[in-house]
Design a protein. Structure first.
Ligand SMILES: NC(=O)c1ccc[n+]([C@@H]2O[C@H](COP(=O)([O-])OP(=O)(O)OC[C@H]3O[C@@H](n4cnc5c(N)ncnc54)[C@H](O)[C@@H]3O)[C@@H](O)[C@H]2O)c1
Length: 441
């Protein structure tokens, strides 16, 4: 296993920024050649990414970089001692032997890591949310255009068999006209509210505080901020960028939708006041020009609605989608005007029920059996979605075909979160400029 000295860990890299930015021409990855991977940030999610990468043949993790020593040691162990630890992510970018970079740093770092990696000629797999602000998304899109490199964003749900089946069903028209979607993400535990345990060996000797802060405002060393960064606006957009991004990616995928035109939202911090400056409860309404409205809600104070659950409501049926699959419920509502016509003169009421159409549609028990409700259930099967998401990304790296969740899709999903946060903070309706792909001023 690679050993990591304190000097190498905390010291400045020997490489200058200029060397890393020099735009070394990328090594072509042939259809059968091995894809080499450098991982920037090896936190909790990146360890899951690492295991998913290992399940993809023809790939090798060659270098890892992180701001906490303990996670690097564990990562190297997970690669069987093969990955090299580097003190500065710029060393990964300057290494011509690295084809692909994964970015799983805290959100305030994503844009910098992605843009620099693209400029260094790497293809990038970046965790959601792609950005910390909508403006950052435009910079990433521009860099993709200039460099021709690939970006795949890590909202892996759309690579699950469940979401692919659900999309097929919705696109086939089985739900009729979908005009409303409800999606929620509720939790009621400290860990669900991001109050994660802090490793007992964490200290200025094992944690590189300046590396973590990067573009964020300067502050004194603070382990809570380092390990629970989602709770603070300096590094995260809270519930919207952490959870709603997944919901919006899925909705855009299922509905073939681009972006909401208008958003209103309210967010409050009701309970976990000691641990954060972001809300623990948000309700948002997103209006889509494709002809439907979305209600997003999340609270960390009750867990009745399961994690990431959706209700997609159409004129002919509803699709209830959760982690382990979905159910389709056909609409069975019968016309019923009894309480109206009972107030008419008796002979008009009697005449009303002589009408064949009324008899067919309003008299119970007369509905033909073929339209009686049948609930259809789909249970998730197949490989875990992150493994498949990487499989599809590596196929793009080899074929140079567009990725399944490219920078534009990632920018839009993250921008939904930024719209929601802007609306909640200003308590005003916020609009999207679809021409400029950014928030309307
Ligand atoms: N797709 C998903 O389902 C999913 C799930 C969890 C997290 N995520 C995303 O993954 C990202 C990481 O989240 P996490 O839960 O792993 O957080 P984490 O705090 O566990 O990991 C972040 C890691 O980044 C390191 N780090 C900080 N600054 C760095 C820098 N400048 N260079 C290198 N390393 C740096 C930290 O030391 C830490 O190990 C977030 O963007 C999060 O939204 C996605």
């Amino acid at each position: 296993m690679s050993r990591l000295s304190r000097r190498a860990f905390l010291g400045t890299s020997a490489l200058s920024a200029a060397a890393a930015q020099s735009g070394s021409s990328p090594r072509p990855v042939g259809p059968n050649s091995r894809i080499t991977i450098g991982m920037i940030a090896l936190g909790a999610r990146a360890h899951e990414l690492l295991e998913a990468i290992k399940r993809n043949q023809g790939t090798e993790i060659v270098a890892v970089c992180d701001a906490y020593k303990g996670r690097l040691e564990r990562a190297v162990q997970r690669t069987g001692g093969r990955a090299k630890i580097v003190a500065d992510y710029k060393e990964i970018l300057a290494d011509k032997g690295v084809d692909v970079v994964t970015v799983a740093s805290p959100d305030h770092w994503h844009k910098t890591h992605v843009v620099e990696a693209l400029k260094a000629g790497k293809d990038v797999y970046c965790e959601k949310p792609l950005t910390y602000s909508a403006e950052e998304g435009l910079e990433i899109l521009e860099t993709v255009k200039q460099t021709g490199r690939l970006v795949q964003v890590g909202s892996q749900g759309m690579s699950s068999a469940t979401q692919q089946q659900a999309r097929e069903m919705i696109q086939s028209g089985k739900l009729g006209k979908v005009t409303m979607i409800r999606a929620s993400y509720n939790r009621n535990t400290a860990s669900g509210a991001w109050i994660y345990p802090i490793p007992p060996d964490a200290s200025p000797a094992t944690v590189n505080w300046d590396m973590f802060l990067g573009p964020a405002p300067k502050r004194a060393f603070d382990l809570a901020r380092f390990f629970r960064w989602r709770c603070y606006k300096d590094y995260s957009g809270g519930i919207a960028t952490d959870l709603f991004v997944h919901l919006c990616t899925t909705i855009h995928f299922l509905m073939d939708a681009k972006m909401p035109s208008s958003v209103v939202a309210m967010g409050q911090l009701y309970r976990w006041k000691e641990s954060r400056d972001v809300p623990d409860t948000i309700n948002a309404i997103l209006e889509y020009p494709e002809g439907f409205t979305v209600n997003l809600s999340s609270t960390f104070n009750n867990q009745l609605a399961a994690e990431g659950s959706f209700q997609i409501l159409g004129t002919e049926g509803s699709l209830l989608l959760g982690g382990g699959g979905f159910t389709f419920h056909p609409e069975t509502a019968l016309e019923d005007n009894r309480w109206i016509v009972e107030s008419w003169p008796k002979k008009l009421e009697d005449a009303y029920y002589q009408d064949a159409k009324v008899q067919r549609e309003e008299l119970p028990g007369t509905r033909p059996p073929q339209v009686m409700p049948t609930v259809q259930t789909y249970r998730e099967r197949g490989l875990e979605s992150t493994i498949v998401h990487f499989q599809r990304f590596f196929e793009s790296v080899r074929s140079r075909k567009p990725t399944v969740q490219d920078a534009l899709l990632g920018h839009r999903a993250a921008a939904c979160a930024h719209l929601i946060n802007r609306a909640a903070e200003t308590r005003k309706l916020v609009q999207w400029d679809s021409q400029k792909e950014t928030i309307r001023a």
